[in-house]
Design a protein around this ligand. Structure first.
Ligand code: NAD
Length: 376
């Protein structure tokens, strides 16, 4: 296992080491902290946790976010927004949510009058993120939206503007910024521990069997695997290299045009960074790959599987990273709550989501131009 000492400095610099010492004395040790990896600042004494309303009670809200909200220290699940009354009954019983904190898509705006709800977390199909994030901001609520932030650069900008105007914070559900293997690869790359990063290879694909779902509709999803999971590969390259890509080239493939009628089945792309690093990527709904690989003159790091909730694993040329499991979503939401309390911009802010969407739009432009290099 490699040195932790320098890692601590990096985490302090990036804010990933959730110190906040001034507020409440020594931070509480978490499991990860016992290995010098991750700290979560305890809530200020007597803090009333922020109330979170989940909008859209699908797979991710049900199986990841609601359970994670049972582990958070600075926020808790107090409300839901759903179009399905049977789901409302089930959630009210399971999570002790009072009826006055249950909304549907028509009554949603009345959330403005509900003091039990401070944060609205949008977990809807991609094309609906912008509308509900903006309505939440207009209701005066702090906003988290799932990835991809939206389906166009223009919508990302509108969301940022709406939150700025309302004086609320906006963040994107980029949970991996709170995962220790990913924090370590950020440090190794950005601090050039093995020399300046030369190549990043990052790919995320899975075999999707649910081919009639919204993810296969261009209108609802905004694109295919690229927006859904390819965005993690874009993120991985950006945060490992610590720079913004300047140009990309890409190609799209479709071996099953009967199923993939509106979206590409597979996209391959490359990115060039201002410091000279390059990155290479693939994303597909017909393959299984899940890795983030960093190469530099004096060493390498590989996280594989990289983008999972539970089974992230990594090594470098010096040995296994060996970090323990963390509940990424709980750390992500608690950090957003901390940012509200301390009036800080989230490290997974709307601007982060916007930058990824700028890359995504450039990738589609390159595909339309037969794979020519295009500026981001
Ligand atoms: P899902 O299909 O399981 O859930 C979507 C929810 O939206 C459902 O409850 C559905 O009823 C509701 N909905 C409301 N209006 C709808 C409409 N017009 N059409 C379709 N559904 C409608 O999807 P999911 O997997 O939970 O994904 C939701 C969002 O969360 C997506 O943006 C996705 O990218 C994101 N997500 C993020 C992660 C992550 O690791 N951060 C993981 C999975 C999903």
């Amino acid at each position: 296992m490699h040195s932790r000492r320098t890692r601590r400095t990096f985490l302090q610099k990036t804010g990933a080491l959730l110190g906040g010492l001034a507020l409440s004395g020594a931070p509480v040790a978490t499991l990860a902290d016992t290995q010098g990896i991750q700290r979560r600042t305890p809530p200020p004494p007597g803090m009333n946790p922020f109330g979170v309303a989940l909008v859209g009670l699908g797979n991710y809200a049900t199986n990841q976010l609601a359970p994670a909200l049972q582990e958070t220290e600075r926020c808790r699940l107090t409300g839901i927004v759903t179009g399905t009354p049977a789901k409302a009954d089930k959630w009210m019983a399971e999570y002790n949510i009072p009826e006055q904190n249950v909304y549907n898509y028509e009554t949603f705006d009345r959330i403005a009058d509900n003091p039990d709800i401070d944060i609205v977390y949008v977990v809807l199909p991609n094309s609906m993120h912008a509308e509900y994030a903006i309505r939440a901001a207009e209701a005066g609520k702090q906003v988290i939206t799932e990835k991809p932030m939206a389906t166009s650069v223009r919508d990302c900008e509108r969301m940022i503007e709406a939150c700025d105007q309302a004086g609320v914070k906006l963040s994107v559900g980029y949970r991996l910024h709170f995962e220790p293997h990913h924090q370590e690869i950020m440090r190794l790359g950005q601090e050039q521990v093995f020399g300046p990063v030369t190549v990043v290879e990052a790919s995320f694909s899975f075999t999707s069997r649910n081919t009639d779902a919204w993810r296969f509709s261009k209108e609802m999803a905004g694109g295919g695997a690229l927006l859904d999971v390819g965005v993690y590969a874009i993120q991985g390259a950006r945060y490992t290299i610590g720079e913004e890509p300047v140009r990309v080239r890409a190609s799209g493939y479709n071996t099953r045009p009967d199923i993939f009628t509106e979206i590409y089945e597979t996209i391959l792309w490359e990115m060039e960074f201002p410091g000279g690093a390059v990155s290479s990527h693939s994303t597909s709904y017909s393959a299984n790959v899940n890795r983030l690989y960093m190469m530099a003159p004096r060493g390498w790091a590989r996280i594989e599987p990289a983008f999972m909730y539970n089974s992230v694993s990594g090594e470098t040329n010096e040995g296994p990273m060996g970090y323990p499991h963390v509940t990424q979503q709980a750390l992500q939401m608690d950090d957003f709550a901390r940012c509200i309390t301390e009036d800080e911009t989230s490290r997974v802010s709307g601007e982060e989501g916007l930058k990824d969407m700028q890359v995504i739009e450039a990738i589609y432009r390159s595909i339309d131009r037969n794979g020519r290099w295009v500026e981001v």
